[in-house]
Design a protein around this ligand. Structure first.
Ligand code: PLP
Length: 473
């Protein structure tokens, strides 16, 4: 008999099996979180048996859930996870088990935030208000997206519709528009310009100063030139925490320019904006209360897993103007508001729940302390590097990102040496750091956004870089 036409067995998700499955999952999650408590001596690797199963064919019949969950847990254990305290590569936080519980609960109910969702929308709005209050933005509306890319794109589409009314219908081919940002803005801005039909050549990548911040006078000049040439300024994008070094553009100066010329100011604070909530870093973000829109990725520095980005907007109507539409299969604003009328995405999970739980369970004060810990870790790291003549910092961290390189005497090609060192550190497994390039010089880059990273971990990271660097020199 054809296997596929077999009579179905018992209900696929009957209560006893489900209880067993959830128990197994809770055990696996608990074991994972315990393993994140301390940095481990090396990354684990998969054995031959499991590698063989990962090359296996589509299973026709189901298997033991305990075996499947064990395999899944072992695969995850051998994957690069930013939850580990010494995973310093890129910008990934995930320090809070509370947030993963939020994800699991949200996935269980699978509420769709595209359409009317009853209570979920109320919680989502509260979370976006809390986020705005946390960093000091006067949000009127906003939304949760899959990441900084989509939040930045959404803001730019809204700015495009304000600068070029009707362009979402008629296109932008008849009008020249431009975006303005520093040369160190994230690639998502370029991509957004491409997707918005403005084209990547419309992005004016402006000079930075010695602290790697956008130079306001350069913005003034670029705006003047474009206006004289009949180009329509669509938006200025300030970065609040560049990906490479964590530099925060001078927001207040840019606000003054943008307000004078009625140009939309968006802050890409995907990485850095949570630091605006700390007394020590808040002055860097002065002016955030006057920007048109801002992006903050909770999955970067608020301890929640991917994906969870928040877009905050000052004017209630701009998102509706950019994304509002009518479909026969949805109720619209006058009947029951559907978030899809002010978001780019359609089906959306309830990303807000995990952040809401973090605010509810831990509170804003604890988050401030934990974010400050990342800043302090970067300072400690810097002082250790400064104290060792065989190392060089390539910039002073404004937030929690460090770029440094090993410069032992007698090594002629420091770029090649540091790239080799990055590979050696990754192969060693005690610390996970990524190479980067700053002003054409290869370096090592680390970012402290994991709430579980301790000062001892920071000391170990420097010691490992020193030990392996000396071996390679
Ligand atoms: C400053 C900045 N903006 C935007 C992004 C894109 O965010 P996502 O990867 O969440 O889409 C990043 C990602 O690293 C970033 O650092």
């Amino acid at each position: 008999m054809d296997q596929r036409s077999k009579a179905p067995g018992p209900a696929p998700d009957a209560a006893p099996q489900r209880a067993e499955l959830l128990g197994l999952a809770a055990k696996a999650m608990n074991a994972a979180w315990s393993s994140f408590d301390r940095a481990r001596p090396r990354e684990s690797v998969l054995d031959e048996d499991l590698l063989g199963r990962l090359a296996g064919a589509l299973p026709e019949d189901g298997g033991d859930p305990a075996d499947a969950i064990e395999d899944a847990a072992r695969v995850l254990d051998a994957s690069i996870s930013p939850a580990r305290p010494l995973n310093l590569a890129y910008v990934g936080s995930t320090g809070l088990a509370t947030a993963t519980v939020g994800d699991a609960l949200a996935a269980t109910y699978d509420v769709n935030l595209a359409a009317h969702s009853a209570a979920a929308a109320i919680l989502e709005a509260q979370t976006s208000r809390w986020t705005a209050e946390f960093i000091g933005h006067p949000r009127a509306c906003g939304g949760f997206t899959s990441g900084g890319q989509i939040s930045n794109l959404s803001a730019i589409l809204a700015a495009r519709e304000r600068a070029m009314p009707g362009s979402r219908v008629s296109g932008v081919s008849a009008q020249a528009g431009a975006l303005y940002c520093s040369g160190e803005a994230h690639q998502s801005i370029i991509r957004a310009a491409e997707v918005a039909g403005l084209g990547s050549e419309s992005v004016r990548r402006l000079p930075i100063d010695s602290e790697r911040r956008l130079v306001p006078e350069a913005l003034e000049r670029a705006l003047e030139q474009d206006l004289a040439a009949g180009v329509n300024p669509v938006a200025v994008i300030a970065t609040a925490g560049t990906t490479l070094t964590g530099a925060v553009d001078p927001i207040a100066d840019l606000v003054a320019i943008c307000e004078r010329r009625s140009v939309w100011l968006h802050v890409d604070g995907a990485y850095g904006l949570p630091a605006a909530a700390t007394p020590s870093a808040a002055p860097l973000f002065a002016g955030i209360d006057r920007v048109d829109s801002a992006t903050l990725d909770a999955h970067k520095w608020l301890g929640v897993p991917k994906s969870c980005s928040v877009l905050l907007v000052q004017d209630e109507e701009v998102l509706q103007a950019a994304f509002g539409h009518r479909e026969k299969y949805l109720l619209h604003r006058e009947d029951a508001p559907n978030p899809v009328d002010h978001t780019l995405e359609y089906s959306r999970p309830m990303r807000s729940l995990k952040l809401w739980l973090v605010f509810r369970v831990h509170g804003a004060a604890a988050l401030r302390v934990w974010i400050q810990r990342g800043i302090d870790n970067a300072r400690l790291f810097t002082s250790l590097i400064d104290a060792d003549p065989a190392f060089q910092m390539l910039h002073r961290p404004m937030l929690s990102t460090v770029c440094f390189r090993h410069t032992p005497p007698g090594v002629a090609d420091l770029d090649a040496h540091n790239l080799r060192l990055a590979r050696a550190i990754q192969a060693d497994g005690r610390v996970y750091l990524a190479p980067a390039t700053i002003d054409d010089r290869a370096c090592l880059r680390g970012c402290f956004v994991n709430f579980r990273t301790t000062p001892e971990d920071v000391r170990l990271a420097v010691a490992v870089a020193r030990e392996l660097g000396e071996l390679l020199a």
